[in-house]
Design a protein around this ligand. Structure first.
Ligand code: FAD
Ligand code: DLZ
Ligand code: SF4
Length: 510
């Protein structure tokens, strides 16, 4: 054999760089389901089903195209626990001239793979992952010399680079770069949200579901009602479904939350984009075509494209710029354990219960639930960044360290000192009430802050403001909050702080 080509579980892309110039006559591919990857966090059961089933479908497609694929299916009794174990055996048997792979998305595994050549005694060629729009070097150059990084400016560079929603004379379509101001409507049930795209599990997926139920029974979540796409063809159909039925309202209700509706007008495409079944640029080009053909308004299409070529690229850039030190950041000095109800959903706080319960059932919650409900609560309660980061890494079908970590540690927890975001997304219950209908179903009273039945978010919000005065008072975007706090009567401030202290001492009972 000439080359042994390793394809990881999130590299399910037919033209992944590791496969370029490869020859099915001389080279072979290896893919492996292994316990080290399936267990480095308490991955949601649906995430494992998605990855293993998508890997098996991808391997079959490669074989149909004439490739030799050595596929290591998961076996709890296998002596091979790591990808290196599997590769070592294959290298021993096939004696390839070299191993080729595409760079891995996570620092943990990337660092390991970069050492493999030492124990394998064959060269390991690691090729860039060019499924991203910005290279790591390009991002580093853009970031150089900037004290704080702002997504908005990076996003404009990506608009220019891709030409997405740009006029022929180089101006942003419609005259503005960003239409977020139009994207803050509350959703009250109309227009109805589309039924989510579903694929019924085939024989391969059913086998994997059985495996996961048997072998990963202690993992978070459920395999019930698994309906994710597991092939590129079905992921394309999911994209078409989104473009036709949800994209037109994506912008208007991008920040909305509903007690009744898990998915709203979101795309639910991140699980596919992140494992390689969909190409991020292709997804954006398809959305842009819907704008130009008049099928979706500009605020929706721009908002959607910004999430992918803006936020997604931006957080990836930050991850590779700052790892491994980034993962250890805790600039707000948080030391509280993650409340257990994050794993059970058993809390009287309706917003938290609904967001966690959807997460448990679906392996999915939309961005505002992640940011303004579960994330906001962890920020206000001062949870240790590493514990809340591990929770987000575990519970979502789209979770990979490179995208989860900056979103959680930076955007939600502000643990990086504001490098990623200009101000913390801390909010009281009022915000949740404004954007959702949760509060009318809640045992707590959102209009109260100090009574026994008062919404916990309210007193915790003021406690956060008070305890981090030194961190945020000088932040121009937070000044008004400090003026509001200082304007309250001392007795009121004392009562708010006392209520918050009680809440912090009794988080598990909420
Ligand atoms: P849509 O709302 O339809 O957005 C379209 C696409 O934009 C998404 O598919 C995704 O590819 C991209 N996108 C949107 N927001 C972001 C963002 N902030 N960062 C990166 N990409 C974005 N996203 C992940 O893909 N994996 C994660 O592990 C992850 N962890 C998160 C943790 C926290 C605390 C927060 C606040 C956000 C996290 N996100 C993560 C970002 C975002 O919440 C998800 O991408 C989004 O909810 C996925 O659902 P969707 O495909 O329906 O997204
Ligand atoms: C997330 C995941 C899981 C659950 N299982 C595997 C696996 O068995 N084999 C594999 O190659 N990849 C898996 N992955 C994805 C990797 O752990 C890892 O997160 C990415 O490759 C990093 O970019
Ligand atoms: Fe959440 Fe408070 Fe509203 Fe209850 S009252 S749903 S805890 S914001």
């Amino acid at each position: 054999m000439r080359h042994l080509i390793l394809i990881l579980g999130d590299q399910l892309t037919p033209d992944i760089s590791a496969l370029r110039e490869a020859d099915p006559e001389q080279d072979a591919i290896v893919m492996a389901e292994v316990s080290d990857e399936a267990s480095y966090t308490n991955h949601h059961k649906k995430k494992i089903v998605l990855l293993f089933s998508a890997m098996r479908h991808f391997a079959r497609e490669l074989e149909n195209n004439g490739w030799t694929v050595h596929y290591h299916a998961y076996d709890p009794d296998s002596p091979h626990h790591s990808l290196l174990d599997v590769i070592r055996e294959r290298v021993g048997q096939d004696q390839p001239e070299k191993v080729i792979t595409t760079e891995c998305g996570e620092y943990r595994l990337d660092a390991a793979i970069r050492q493999w050549h030492e124990s394998l005694n064959v060269p390991v060629e690691i090729r860039p992952d060019d499924r991203f729009i910005a290279t790591k070097r390009e991002f580093a150059r853009w970031a150089e010399g900037r004290k704080q990084l702002r997504m908005e400016f990076f996003y404009r560079e990506m608009r220019k680079k891709t030409g997405l929603l740009m006029t022929p004379d180089g101006k942003p379509e419609g005259g503005e770069w960003n239409y977020d101001a139009d994207n803050r409507k509350k959703w009250t049930g109309k227009p109805p949200a589309p039924v989510p795209f579903r694929v019924e599990p085939d024989a391969i997926t059913r086998d994997v579901i059985e495996l996961v139920d048997d072998t990963f029974s202690d993992h978070f979540g459920t395999t019930d009602d698994f309906h994710f796409a597991v092939t590129a063809g079905d992921a394309e159909a999911a994209l078409a479904h989104f473009l036709d039925f949800a994209l037109p309202c994506f912008g208007d209700y991008q920040d909305a939350i509903s007690d009744q509706e898990d998915w709203l007008f979101h795309s639910i495409l991140s699980p596919y984009i992140n494992c390689g079944l969909l190409d991020p640029l292709g997804v954006c080009e398809a959305a842009a075509r819907h704008y130009y053909s008049g099928q979706a308004p500009l605020n929706a299409v721009e908002g959607f494209i910004r999430q992918i070529i803006g936020w997604r690229e931006f957080v990836r850039g930050i991850y590779w710029l700052l790892m491994p030190a980034y993962a250890k950041e805790n600039r707000l000095g948080n030391d509280r354990d993650l409340p257990w109800f994050y794993w059970t959903g058993e809390t009287g706080m309706r917003c938290m219960h609904k967001a966690i319960d959807a997460t448990r059932r679906n392996g999915y919650a939309h961005h505002i639930q992640r940011l303004m409900v579960t994330g906001n609560f962890a920020l206000l309660a001062g949870v240790k960044p590493e514990e809340i980061c591990d929770w987000y890494l575990a519970v979502y079908a789209d979770a990979y360290d490179w995208v989860e970590l900056p979103n959680t540690l930076g955007m939600v927890m502000h643990a990086d000192g504001g490098y990623l975001g200009s101000k913390p997304y801390a909010a009281s219950g009022k915000y949740i009430q404004r954007m959702s209908d949760y509060c009318s179903h809640c045992r707590y009273n959102v209009s109260e802050a100090t009574t026994e039945d008062a919404c916990p978010f309210n007193a915790l919000y003021w406690h956060f403001i008070h305890r981090h005065r030194r961190d945020f008072e000088g932040n121009p975007r937070m000044g008004m909050m400090y003026r509001n706090w200082d304007r309250q009567k001392p007795e009121r401030r004392d009562a708010l702080l006392a209520r918050a202290e009680w809440l912090l001492d009794n988080l598990e009972t909420l």
